[in-house]
Design a protein around this ligand. Structure first.
Ligand code: NAD
Ligand code: UDP
Length: 318
């Protein structure tokens, strides 16, 4: 830490996005200075509007595919579109962001002797053949399919993190984040929770892909951010990867019914083709997070969904 500074300065790449904006907020609440770096590909100023005048918040428009020269004490690397629709929009840029972005934050961490946390993903498990997924499972990823830009990009980023750790002694933390939802998900995000809620609130049919029997496990954003903050403060020798997610599995049909019930909507379901390589099932084993971080999600699905419904109702002016 610089001799003239009393607060830790924390860099959050992707800080204007859904998870990044919640993380910036929590870091400020805990007395840190925050440097938010974003190229606004899927991030929005609206997400951080309430932070722009905070005395300890700074915003830098920058693409992490380019090297970054700043002075910070800790780094959270979140920059990367997360919704399949957005990361498949420009797949080459997605891989560049994952791989070059990881290289640049790691080289920065190396120079500054700063701790760096990677927002990895359950997508590193691909369409998993082990269920629930433990960190020791190496995954089942199609390296040439439409999801590969993200899945393989994130896998390569993990490789770089572990090589910087072994080769240069950089202090790393790798979180494998499972589907997370909550206020500030983008309106046109394409992810299932935001799609279903907006469709239900607008009285439009809920678009169920495939027969809706595929499963996911949904974690509320506050829980997830708490897990990331705890991971950053674990002992130096704990690098992860560690799963962060809510181990309550449900089918997309069950989610659709729940959203319809909670919104009191009259929407029907409409079935659309299942996207290529869409994982059949997904649920984290969070035994390691429980043991190492004493972390366990606290927000029940219905409570988290209610907050998310309230958020979208506000946006729709309901
Ligand atoms: P998001 O799309 O809302 O946020 C990503 C942010 O990164 C945006 O603000 C975007 O503008 C920024 N960004 C993208 N490319 C960039 C680049 N080249 N340079 C600088 N900024 C760039 O997504 P999110 O849901 O907040 O996800 C944040 C991170 O968490 C991502 O790395 C994602 O892979 C990971 N993650 C999220 C989930 C989830 O369910 N939300 C699950 C697994 C992993
Ligand atoms: N999905 C759906 N309807 C939608 C959007 C998504 O049925 O309008 C399905 C999608 O096929 C997948 C699951 O919901 O099986 C989760 O999709 P999402 O894009 O939210 O995340 P990911 O596939 O990355 O887990």
């Amino acid at each position: 830490m610089s001799p003239t500074r009393q607060r830790k300065r924390v860099l959050v790449t992707g800080g204007a996005g859904f998870l990044g904006s919640h993380l910036c907020e929590k870091l400020l609440e805990r007395g840190n200075e925050v440097l938010c770096v974003d190229n606004f590909f899927t991030g929005r100023r609206d997400n951080i509007l309430q932070l722009l005048h905070h005395p300890h918040f700074e915003l830098l428009r920058h693409d992490i595919c380019q090297p970054l020269h700043v002075e910070v004490d800790e780094i959270y690397n979140l920059a990367c579109p997360a919704s399949p629709e957005h990361y498949q929009f420009d797949p080459v840029q997605t891989t560049r962001t994952c791989v070059l972005g990881a290289l640049h934050v790691l080289s920065l961490a190396h120079r500054l002797k700063a701790k760096v946390l990677q927002a990895s993903t359950s997508e590193v498990y691909g369409d998993p053949q082990v269920h629930p997924q433990t960190e020791s499972y190496w995954g089942n990823v199609n390296p040439t399919g439409p999801r590969a830009c993200y899945d393989e990009g994130k896998r390569c980023a993990e490789t770089l993190f572990f090589d910087y750790y072994r080769q240069y002694g950089v202090e790393i933390k790798v979180a494998r984040i499972f589907n997370t939802y909550g206020p500030r998900m983008l309106f046109n995000d394409g992810r299932v929770v935001s799609n279903f809620i907006i469709q239900a609130l607008s009285g439009e049919p809920l678009t169920v892909y495939g027969d809706g029997s595929q499963t996911r496990s949904f974690c509320y954003v506050d829980d997830l951010i708490e897990g990331m903050l705890r991971l950053m403060t674990t002992a130096n020798d704990f690098t992860g990867p560690v799963n962060l997610g809510n181990p309550v599995e449900m089918t997309m049909l069950e989610l659709a019914q729940t959203v319809i019930e909670m919104t009191g909507s009259r929407s029907q379901l409409v079935f659309k083709p299942l996207p290529e390589d869409d994982p059949r099932q997904r649920m984290p084993d969070i035994g390691l997070a429980l043991e190492k971080l004493a972390w366990n999600p606290a927000v029940a699905l219905k409570d988290g969904l209610q907050k998310t419904i309230d958020h979208f109702e506000g946006l729709l002016g309901k």
